[in-house]
Design a protein around this ligand. Structure first.
Ligand code: ZN
Length: 69
């Protein structure tokens, strides 16, 4: 069974609808992305994983990202 890409939709964050910074459209596809972040404290690199919600503008492809809480 193939996974269908999610349909573009309006995204509401903090009581505001997300609008593309580039083309001002309001239809996005949602993705969850894993991030690797390196802490600069201490001698040993401290690699940690966190996640971000990214929203791809359905019109121009501009990627908007928010750290997942
Ligand atoms: Zn756009």
């Amino acid at each position: 069974m193939r996974t269908q890409p999610p349909e573009p939709t309006r995204i509401e964050i903090e009581d505001r609808y997300l609008r593309c910074l580039h083309c001002s459209r309001d239809q996005f596809r949602r993705r969850r992305m894993r991030l690797e972040t390196a802490s600069t404290t201490g001698m040993q690199p401290d690699w940690r994983e966190s996640a971000a919600d990214v929203f791809l503008c359905a019109h121009c492809g501009f990627i908007h990202g928010f750290l997942a809480r």
